[in-house]
Design a protein around this ligand. Sequence first.
Ligand SMILES: [Zn+2]
Length: 214
Amino acid sequence: MLTGYDHLLFLFGVLFFLTTIRDVAKFVSVFTLGHCITLVFATFYKITWNYYLVDAIIALSVIYKAFDNNGGFEKHLGMKSPNLLIMVFSFGLLRGFGLSTRLQQLPLGDDKTGMLFRILSFNVGVEVGQIIALAIMVLALSGWRKRESFKRFSYASNKALLYAGVFLLAMQMHGYWHDSHPDDFRFPAQEHNHAHEDMEIESEKANSGRDNLE
Ligand SMILES: [Zn+2]
């Protein structure tokens, strides 16, 4: 799935307390800029990384923002919360890297102009999906913010967001360990599904990684 619900959870956390369209536009632009940079760069230079680890860090971004929204940095760590613009930009960079890994599984060819065209059209698809999802979230949040229940439930909502992040992190780490240390598990990988099995990690490893090891 191109839009990926996990980074949308992060953006939901970012949007949670943004009240002006100006702020929304600012943070969304920075996030978009970040993922465009790494999407183009990593695809051109054929840099990939383990999907599970990329998504594990996306899960961490959800945990971070939910923790931050509930004032966790001041309350529990006695420090100011990290600069949001820098954090959003950094996670945008990471997101582009994850997208590039996905994109590189499609046949891109070696002709540079054609490749750039394919990267950009892939990016437009991602962008359209993201803008639709963001517009729905902004509308829903601004409607909710006017109601009494927003104040009452915003702490609980961010707590739920945090647990969702913890769950995603556990799922990605399980997938990573099962993928890289299959013998450490008592139950075989065939008996359950992992998040990225559609991306044929096994066959890719068989083609590239194993040759290097031997
Ligand atoms: Zn497993």
